[in-house]
Design a protein around this ligand. Structure first.
Ligand SMILES: Cc1cc2nc3c(=O)[nH]c(=O)nc-3n(C[C@H](O)[C@H](O)[C@H](O)COP(=O)(O)O)c2cc1C
Length: 175
């Protein structure tokens, strides 16, 4: 069986999973499937792929990189979450890095990125850094970014994602 669309995602702490579920419910009522990267079966095909990742040291995690490399002649959209909030320059750089895993024989539809919350252990690490930091302002900024992240992905992110999905579908149908 061939699906109209397939969402494949990797998520450790649930942020990217939230986006994946939103995409699933935003898509039209056609044959669609949603799977974690570990469950992906390359033999089950789809017309459109939405591939989701959490940002892992400036790139997507290896499981998603492998899946992107395995796709050929497909329509592919990317989506993901990262710790950094609302930073278009950084998001653009991430998109460029992750896109490199995708071969050029695919039809690339675009990338949606937003902030996701990080574990509290990260905040504790920042707090420790603050005590010994030469430039406390930088660490304060990191703490601020962390606290902002606790609210994401939020309703606005999900609305923006819904619009992104719509735009991807319009690119395909040529509307
Ligand atoms: C090992 C590791 C590396 C990370 N590297 C980055 C990074 O380079 N840039 C960034 O903005 N966020 C980074 N993050 C934060 C995650 O991308 C972010 O928390 C993401 O929303 C997690 O998504 P998930 O809940 O779907 O797993 C990293 C997190 C971990 C655990």
């Amino acid at each position: 069986m061939k699906y109209d669309s397939m969402i494949i995602f990797s998520s450790r702490t649930g942020n990217t999973e939230k986006l994946a579920e939103k995409i699933f419910f935003s898509l039209p009522k056609h044959k669609k499937d949603i799977v974690r990267a570990a469950q992906w079966d390359a033999k089950v095909e789809a017309n459109i792929y939405f591939v989701g990742f959490w940002v892992d040291k400036g790139d997507c995690p290896p499981d998603i990189a492998g899946i992107l490399q395995a796709l050929h002649g497909k329509k592919v959209a990317l989506f993901g979450t990262c710790g950094e909030g609302d930073n278009p320059g950084y998001y653009e750089m991430l998109e460029g890095t992750v896109k490199k895993h995708l071969s050029e024989d695919n039809d690339y539809l675009g990338c949606f990125l937003c902030q996701g919350k990080m574990p509290m252990a990260v905040r504790a690490r920042y707090e420790n850094m603050l005590e010994n930091a030469q430039d406390k302002a930088i660490v304060q900024k990191m703490l601020h970014n962390f606290d902002e992240g606790l609210l994401h992905p939020d309703e606005r992110d999900l609305k923006n994602l819904e619009r992104f999905v719509q735009e991807c579908m319009e690119k395909i149908t040529g509307k």
